[in-house]
Write a protein that binds this ligand. Structure first.
Ligand SMILES: Nc1ncnc2c1ncn2[C@@H]1O[C@H](COP(=O)(O)OP(=O)(O)OP(=O)(O)O)[C@@H](O)[C@H]1O
Ligand SMILES: [Mg+2]
Length: 354
């Protein structure tokens, strides 16, 4: 960490706490604020570029040749089970560790440079807060470590903690403490915000309040990357889901695409006398089942099947469903062999990688 004290970290100087990644005494690099404006920042360089990045800890291959590009403004969920390599990847993006091989860039820069300029900040999986300070004192303290920040009141408003500004941190709930970390991460007005399992241990309401604040912020155009085990969070809050398993990306697309990749879709329609042979011959159809006056078709390419049914048969009451993200997640991250890039993808889906 360039020039920044490591005050809130349990694991200093290894894995930094919630705010260390953004503590810097260099001026932040923001639109109209720093030597390079937003246009230059967004003038082509991706927010994050991983090129065949690997991270090895002795015999453990935590990250295996991951290649990934995240564009400015994307909200991306990094979804995977325990030990998949999410934190190891995030640590490389934040410059907290170096890839064993391959390359990692943030807005076209080395990660440490981007962090040092306030372009990226993070809420990490580990890290403490000082319990005897109030919420407002904590924000002010961190603000003083920078040469420039957004106003403390503004970041507390954005994080939804202005109403508890005078509460001692030690008295705040887990969800409130996470929103305090979020407020601190907003101080340098980063282009890119990285959250490593930010709602772990929070109850449903705590999670909802946290994500309301984050999503509102994302709507203003900030790039957000979050790691999570919570499938419903990836589904509900991310524009794009990158599914990782054993250090590799096994799927990358919208939540709908990831679900379709894993499971395909089921098309159900009322059709008294279906031509099973003709339906079975459509591309991507894996089974055709008659149930009373309904036909149930399992397929990879539901649009094609729907078009056939509606245009060429008297089918009505068409329903298209896909498996839940949880089922897709299990199918993709289970212990079976990883699926390869040569397998057919669902319509419109990003092909498998990794
Ligand atoms: N410093 C380290 N030394 C040795 N092994 C490590 C180290 N950091 C991570 N690992 C190993 O690398 C693998 C990936 O760990 P990582 O923390 O990146 O997973 P994760 O996806 O973040 O998991 P979780 O969801 O539990 O946070 C694991 O097998 C872990 O034990
Ligand atoms: Mg982790």
């Amino acid at each position: 960490m360039p020039g920044g004290p490591c005050i809130f970290s349990k694991g200093c100087p290894g894995r930094f706490g919630s705010v260390e990644a953004m503590i810097t005494r260099e001026p932040p690099l923001r639109s109209g604020e720093g030597p390079v404006g937003k246009q230059a920042l967004r003038g082509g360089a991706p927010a994050i570029a991983l090129r065949s990045a690997s991270k090895r800890f002795g015999a453990v291959e935590a990250v295996r040749e991951i290649s990934l590009t995240i564009a400015p403004g994307e909200v991306v969920a990094f979804l995977g089970p325990n030990g998949a390599g999410k934190t190891s990847t995030i640590d490389m993006v934040l410059g907290l560790s170096e890839p064993t091989s391959g390359k990692v860039e943030v807005y076209g820069m080395a990660p440490r440079q981007a962090v040092g300029k306030g372009i990226v900040s993070a809420i990490l999986q580990t890290g403490g807060l000082l319990k005897d300070l109030t919420v407002a004192e904590t924000v002010a303290y961190i603000s003083n470590l920078f040469t420039w920040t957004r106003p403390a009141q503004e970041v507390m408003d954005r994080a939804g903690i202005a109403g508890i500004a005078n509460r001692l941190v030690g008295k705040c709930s887990g969800g409130e403490q996470q929103r305090l970390r979020f407020a601190m991460a907003l101080l340098p007005d980063p282009e890119l915000l990285i959250l490593d399992e930010p709602t772990q241990g929070l109850d449903v309401e705590g999670r909802r309040n946290f994500w309301t604040a984050i999503r509102h912020d994302a709507d203003l155009g900030r790039t957000i990357v979050f790691a999570t085990h919570y499938l419903e969070e990836a589904d509900a809050y991310a524009d794009r889901v990158v599914l990782v398993r054993k250090g590799e990306i096994v799927a990358d697309g919208t939540a709908a695409e990831v679900k379709a990749l894993a499971a395909g879709r089921t098309v159900r329609a009322t059709l008294a006398d279906p031509d099973e042979t003709a339906i079975g011959a459509l591309p991507g159809v894996s089974s055709v089942e008659r149930r009373g006056d309904s036909v149930i078709i399992h397929c990879a390419q539901s649009d094609r099947v729907a078009r056939y049914l509606l245009n060429e048969t008297p089918a009505r009451d068409l329903e298209i469903t896909s498996l839940g993200l949880e089922e897709a997640f299990l199918a993709l991250t289970g212990d079976g062999p990883a699926r390869s890039g040569s397998e057919p993808a669902a319509e419109g889906a990003t092909p498998w990688s990794g």
